[in-house]
Design a protein around this ligand. Structure first.
Ligand code: FAD
Ligand code: SIN
Length: 495
């Protein structure tokens, strides 16, 4: 019999939302963070542009096509400044002006410059500082390479979680579980999201019976480097915020005809325009009119990453493509991060507070991750005490380990990876930037078939749980898209 492990709180994920909820919870008890890969494997680490600060309720709702939960938007905006202050206090070095005030930049659909940043390494700076604070906190333990695979629930109450350690399943119990597993970009052939972004938390919550919402709203970032690796390198919207322009294959600008804000129109508008232009040839982002000094100082990360791939931001227009970037929906929560399952919380990109509506305003995601994960402090009093958790643990918590031989396991891993590729291709083709009713029906049929094929591959390798999560979430996105017959925000249907 396995010895069951009991914690006060278990947090799944080590991006901004997971790390900040762990820091918040550490005042109330022992926290275990489990994370699928290394601590820094997250979208947070890759974030470039920055974090929106300052009264931006109107812009958030306009970008979100009024589909937003206004109470959530108010909460975001009201607490934004405090979130930036907390990050600064923890040690994040945002870019400052000579007078000590933070530098603010422009991004799409913002009515004035209000995005604070750490050059174009904003996410890396935030992630690094949060991890340092977590590592120095005696009440927090972090387990890397420990994917969560299933929630333990009983009568709509979450009691813990199953994880894999060295490919062996273990059951962990706790007073509360926080899902902060990030987005779903890896369901698409072209994405800016890291490999961890396979929608695991959403799939686990859905299977446990939690309510999921707004899954049709997948935001495609207009400017990722047109290149052949996944994830694609993001070319931050901050480049367009600093004046970079878009050109089509005949080197003509095209955005002025489409939207009064031209290159800084909302992301969905720019992505669709580029998608159409790409039918005729490559589309380019050009910032060569800025000086070399400016470019290297303001965009050191992007310049460097482009150089590594053989491109030069100072000397040439850069070929770009839209790519899956952000999920506006997810696990339904209230303003405290409470899901529809008791003692189960969700924060960050996997959660749907409704704050983003049908299209997220640039640089609102890091802020969302900070602001809402603070809210867990108000829920601790309602959680069961640890002694109750210990008492309620079932006697035998051992999980049966399938006895597959190594050759079969290897074969199954290869097959799971092949199915992942098929999901990415079909989601890009049928459930992407421009959708059709027929395309969505085709996607649903193909996904159902893959779902059946996956069943026989059952084993205890991460690749199996990922592909299972991917097909589950792909179906959630497709079904939500089928239900919403009319275009709205990032969900665009062309008949
Ligand atoms: P993440 O940071 O993605 O973290 C998720 C964590 O969950 C990871 O640690 C992962 O390993 C873990 N995990 C996943 N599945 C499991 C599992 N089964 N078991 C255990 N652990 C698991 N937003 C902005 O506001 N401003 C920006 O400038 C900006 N730039 C961006 C640039 C890029 C390239 C990308 C991809 C996104 C950007 N975004 C930006 C969006 C923003 O970075 C993300 O939405 C945000 O960081 C999500 O934070 P999170 O904590 O919810 O998830
Ligand atoms: C970017 O820097 O363009 C990404 C910002 C975001 O996703 O909010």
């Amino acid at each position: 019999m396995q010895q069951a492990k009991v914690f006060d709180f278990i947090v799944v994920g080590s991006g901004i939302a997971g790390l900040n909820s762990a820091l918040t919870l550490s005042s109330f008890g022992k926290v275990l963070i489990i994370t699928k890969g290394k601590s820094t494997d997250s979208s947070t680490f890759l974030a470039q542009g920055g974090i929106a600060a300052d009264s931006h309720q109107q812009d958030t709702v306009a970008a979100g096509y009024n589909h937003n939960n206004i109470k959530a938007v108010k909460q975001l905006v009201k607490s934004g400044q405090a979130a930036i202050e907390k990050l600064s206090h923890l040690g994040v070095q945002f870019d400052k002006q000579k007078d000590g005030n933070l530098v603010s930049s422009y991004e799409a659909a913002h009515s004035y410059p209000r995005i604070v940043h750490a050059t174009d390494f904003t996410g890396r700076e935030i992630e690094k500082v949060l991890i340092a604070n977590v590592v120095n906190n005696k009440n927090i333990t972090i387990w890397e390479d420990t994917p969560a695979i299933e929630l333990i629930t009983n009568n709509n109450q979450c009691d813990g979680i199953k994880v894999l350690m060295n490919n062996i399943p273990y059951t962990l119990f706790s007073r509360a579980v926080v899902l902060a597993t990030g987005g779903v970009g890896q369901l698409y052939k072209l994405t800016t999201n890291p490999l961890i972004a396979t929608g695991d938390g959403i799939a686990m919550a859905y299977k446990a019976g939690a309510k999921i919402k707004d899954m049709e709203f997948i935001q495609f970032h207009p400017t990722a480097l047109l290149y052949d690796t996944s994830p694609l390198l993001l070319l931050s919207e901050a480049l367009r915020g600093e004046g970079a322009l878009l050109f089509n294959s005949t080197y003509k600008r095209f955005m002025q005809k489409i939207h009064p804000l031209a290159e800084l129109a909302p992301r969905d508008v720019v992505s669709r325009a580029i998608f159409q232009e790409m039918k005729k040839g490559n589309v380019y982002l050009d910032i060569r009119f800025k000086t070399k000094n400016f470019i290297l100082k303001r965009f050191p990360n992007i310049s460097h990453e482009l150089k590594k791939r053989g491109f030069d931001l100072i000397m040439q227009p850069i070929p770009i493509t839209p790519a899956a970037h952000f999920l506006c929906g997810g696990i339904k929560t209230d303003l405290y991060g409470r899901t529809t399952i008791k003692n189960l919380f969700a924060y960050g990109e996997c959660a749907a507070t409704g704050v983003h509506g049908a299209n997220r305003l640039a640089s609102n995601s890091l802020l969302e991750g900070m602001v809402f994960s603070e809210q867990i402090q108000y829920c601790v009093k309602d959680l069961p005490p640890k002694s109750n958790v210990v008492k309620s643990i079932p006697r035998d918590t051992a999980t049966i380990i399938p006895t597959l031989n190594v050759d079969t396991l290897d074969k199954y891993v290869i097959q799971s990876n092949e199915i992942k590729t098929q999901i990415r291709e079909l989601m890009w083709q049928y459930v992407g930037i421009v959708r059709t009713t027929n395309g969505l029906t085709t996607a649903q049929k193909k996904l159902r078939k893959l779902q059946k094929e996956i069943k026989i591959l059952q084993n205890t390798r991460t690749s199996f749980f990922e592909v299972e999560a991917m097909v589950t979430v792909a179906l959630l996105i497709t079904k939500a898209a089928q239900k919403r017959e009319k275009s709205l925000g990032t969900h665009y249907v062309n008949e």
